[in-house]
Design a protein around this ligand. Structure first.
Ligand code: AMP
Ligand code: GLY
Length: 423
């Protein structure tokens, strides 16, 4: 089968890496990909958001399955456009992707269907939002309605911080039209976990739970990023809790989307806050997580192509996924300055040495080739991922690999996975 993966991050490298091991994949393209994906398939220089060019390519190459990594093409309707053209594409339709594309829609959906989440109000006027803040007590969580590359959520400890967040989103338009509507939410305490499932709209197949580290500095300090590291399994998600998440969140959400005329296919990713064993939904994403996908797919023993195809074909009830008992840890190496401004173009040393280590895969994200050398070209540069007999062993293996890799100003958190050892 000819397969096209869309995207260029660490998540897409992990998806392409796993698909390249499938016996039924005869040819693998990645658009636009990165130097890492070029090791497992053929990169095609089409941006992930140029849907017309991607469609022409897929038709010309007679692609059997397209796997869409990032949320933007999904919310632009790539799956609808491919399906109309007779092409198979893994992921939700435009209407279903709104579960991530609009926080107001997803909060309303959860409220209508009694899916546990934080109390909230939505606003399309800054004045009304300010009045709400005046008459309530902090902390508040202020969220831009639309897509803001993971930056549209501001946790406000004081009323003044909340006024500033409202102004930033609605007056200064820091996130463009994504902030013309906002949601103000109750602040939830607890520990976060990422719960992902593949669905065909009927069967919901959970993936191994994972835990992300969103903040830039050790001890979860500093501004949020796209994710600085992950581990799987997540001990906080016990088998009992996983069952509860399936029964109270994942299955009801897939049913709710069907009932509302937005049948959901693809990956449904629930960002959860767990407090005293009770899960509440922080947000839904309509895609694989980045960097959750890196450790999750390293632990997957089954054929990924079969599962993705079964989601598209509506035959997921025939699929069973098996996982290694081993744990996996992904440490993100980033450019100095990320998530703020950073420089690009620094040569990366030690990639080959790290890749030779047993049970280690160095997934590329923000890298590029310059005069035959791999250089930095983004904020999150690499996702150094390792298996181990348990989380502790996987941490040691991942950091051992990290220690072999260097460039000017490489930054990474030193405490990825430590949280799991405390549980
Ligand atoms: P989201 O994009 O909605 O997942 O929010 C990004 C991050 O903000 C989450 O991963 C949490 O760390 C934090 N967050 C979002 N909503 C809340 C909330 N209601 N209470 C506490 N933290 C939150
Ligand atoms: N790691 C967070 C996300 O993929 O949204």
């Amino acid at each position: 089968m000819k397969v096209l993966v869309i995207g260029s991050g660490g998540r897409e490298h992990a998806i392409a890496w796993k698909l390249s091991q499938s016996k039924n994949v005869t040819k693998l393209f990645i658009a636009p990909g990165n130097p890492g994906t070029a090791q497992v398939g053929e990169n095609v220089l089409i941006p992930a958001e140029d849907i017309a060019a991607l469609k022409s390519f897929a038709l010309r190459e007679k692609i059997d399955l397209t796997v869409v990594g990032p949320e933007v093409p999904l919310t632009l309707g790539i799956v609808d456009i491919f399906t109309e053209a007779g092409l198979k594409a893994f992921g939700p339709s435009k209407k279903a992707a709104e579960i991530e594309g609009s926080k107001a829609f997803s909060k309303d959906l959860m409220q209508r269907h009694k899916i546990p989440t934080a109390f909230y109000k939505k606003f399309d006027s800054a004045e009304h939002a300010r009045t709400y803040i005046e008459t309530h007590n902090p902390p508040f969580v202020v969220k831009a309605d639309g897509l803001a590359a993971g930056k549209g959520v501001i946790i406000c400890q004081t009323k003044d911080e909340a006024y500033a967040a409202i102004d930033l989103m609605m007056k200064e338009k820091a996130f463009g039209s994504a902030g013309s509507k906002i949601v103000i939410e109750e602040f939830l305490k607890g520990e976060e976990a990422s719960f992902l499932a593949i669905t065909d709209g009927k069967t919901v197949l959970p993936l191994a739970p994972a835990q992300d580290h969103k903040a830039i500095f050790d001890g979860d300090k500093g501004p949020n990023t796209g994710g600085m590291g992950t581990y799987s399994p997540a001990p906080i998600v016990t088998p009992e809790l996983a069952e509860e998440v399936m029964a109270k969140v994942m299955i009801p959400t897939v049913k709710a989307m069907e009932a509302e005329g937005r049948p959901y296919k693809g990956v449904l990713y629930a960002g959860l806050m767990i407090d005293k064993g009770i899960p509440k939904v922080l947000e839904f994403n309509c895609r694989f997580g980045d960097p959750e996908t890196q450790p999750i797919l390293m632990r997957l023993e089954s054929d990924l192509l079969e599962a993705l195809m079964a989601s598209v074909d509506g035959t997921l009830d025939k699929i069973k996924l098996s996982w290694t008992e081993k744990a996996a840890v992904c440490v993100v190496m980033a450019s100095a300055g990320y998530p703020g401004d950073y420089v690009k173009g620094d040569a990366i040393a030690g990639l080959e040495e790290a890749a030779k280590l047993k049970d280690v895969v160095v997934f590329h994200a923000g890298t590029a080739l310059k005069e035959g050398r791999v250089v930095t070209s983004g904020g999150r540069v690499l996702g150094v991922t390792a298996l181990g007999s348990g989380i502790k062993d996987a941490i040691d293996n991942a950091y051992n690999a990290v220690s072999r890799i260097s460039w000017k100003g490489a930054y990474f958190r030193k405490d990825i996975g430590q949280k799991a050892l405390k549980d």
